[in-house]
Design a binder for this molecule. Structure first.
Ligand SMILES: [Zn+2]
Length: 395
């Protein structure tokens, strides 16, 4: 006899579950109760569920995590609406990468995070005002003004918001850290050391060089924009991955895609992957200048990496298991019984899709990942509008 306490709220039935952390890759049922995963098995007792949803045509993955986004919507010119981006890319967790600094994090927390049904986290910018002047036509480097790089303020605000702040962000590059250069990275590292959190560093045009940035990073720190086009790309331009990258990976530094409007090149990605240097994490760097191309969103970026030679399951691990660990969130990124029921529903379709990188180089992709909604803490969220799809490319 089935008692009330044995019942499930929902069973996702017969989907192709891809759960890298638990080594699951095949048809599996998932039962949900009270917002958590209650049971996982090849075939669960479906009459125990109040609702059974047939997902047998879909991939069922841990809730996707986009570790590099810009979602300080309307407070920053380039920020996008997290709810719209999440819905259209089946992403359950979005991490803002330094839009806010110590001077304006409270607004990100109270006006954006508190009002969203999705899980929203942040890297706090080492620069007091965050990224305050980023536009298609100009950038004022927030890391190029020494007076703004307050370690004290960064630590204070991160300490007061431990549940939401997952690390310290700094943007290194000729336009963003300017004459200050590596001192900006050193200040971010000092703050992160005091907090016991990782740094996420952007890499842009030199100076500093890829090697100069990497040699300072510690295990667990993240370099985002890892496959940017030259200059400051990941290879020597002829296909060999730079020693600096190999050494940093050996030490435990993580490499994140962070596609954005200027930081993903097919040549860089294909050369690195062909040489055995896949990224650790895939992220979109979605903002107002990349949301309508070339990055679009996380699912689009994952499809693009698959076109560069990654396996589908690897791409899913790079958007679930690995970023969850990088965030220090052991409860996320997997489908173990007891974990929050954050689950993405994805269709893998065959296509002839015209992908474009940030410098206009084109490739035709044969695989597309399409969103079919998701559960966030057990609550179903329908898929949003896929702005980049028109349908004519489907096989
Ligand atoms: Zn960014």
């Amino acid at each position: 006899m089935v008692t009330q306490t044995d019942r499930y709220d929902l069973i996702l039935a017969g989907g192709h579950v891809v759960d890298p952390r638990n080594g699951i890759d095949g048809p599996t049922d998932i039962a949900i109760r009270d917002g958590r995963i209650a049971a996982v098995g090849e075939t669960l007792e479906r009459d125990r569920a109040s609702e059974v949803r047939d997902v047998s045509k879909l991939m069922v993955t841990p809730g996707l995590i986009d570790i590099h986004t810009h979602i300080y919507h309307k407070a920053t010119y380039y920020g996008v609406d997290p709810d719209a981006v999440a819905a259209r890319s089946a992403v359950t967790t979005l991490v803002d990468a330094g839009s806010a600094g110590a001077g304006n994090f409270d607004g990100l927390r109270d006006f954006i995070f508190a009002r969203s049904p999705f899980r929203l986290l942040a890297y706090l910018n080492i620069s007091y005002p965050g990224i305050f002047a980023f536009d298609r036509d100009f950038v004022v480097g927030e890391a190029a003004i020494r007076d703004l790089l307050s370690v004290e303020r960064c630590v204070e605000v991160a300490e007061a918001n431990r549940a939401l702040i997952v690390g310290v962000k700094v943007r290194m590059g000729a336009k963003t850290s300017g004459d200050i250069g590596l001192e900006a990275l050193d200040r971010a590292l000092t703050a992160a050391d005091r907090l016991g959190l990782p740094v996420m560093t952007h890499i842009g045009q030199p100076p500093p060089s890829y090697a100069q940035i990497l040699e300072r990073l510690r295990p667990g720190d993240i370099l985002t924009h890892c496959f940017r086009p030259q200059p400051n790309g990941p290879t020597d331009g002829k296909g060999a991955v730079l020693d600096a990258l190999l050494n940093a990976r050996e030490r435990g530094v993580l490499f994140d895609i962070g596609h954005g409007m200027g930081a993903f090149g097919f040549d860089s990605a294909e050369q690195a992957i062909a040489a055995g240097f896949a990224p650790d994490i895939i992220s979109s760097d979605v903002h107002i200048m990349s949301i309508n191309g070339p990055a679009f969103d996380l699912l689009h970026t994952m499809s693009k990496l698959i076109t560069c030679g990654l396996g589908v399951k690897d791409a899913i691990a790079m958007a679930t298991d690995v970023p969850a660990r990088a965030l220090g969130r052991d409860d996320l990124g997997h489908l173990s019984a007891g974990a929050p029921a954050d689950i993405s529903l994805i269709e893998q379709v065959k296509a002839h899709f015209p992908f474009v990188d940030v410098i206009g180089v084109k490739r035709t992709g044969a695989t597309l990942l399409r969103p079919h909604g998701m559960l966030v803490a057990g609550r179903f969220v329908p898929p949003g509008v896929r702005a980049w799809e028109t349908g004519h490319y489907l096989q």
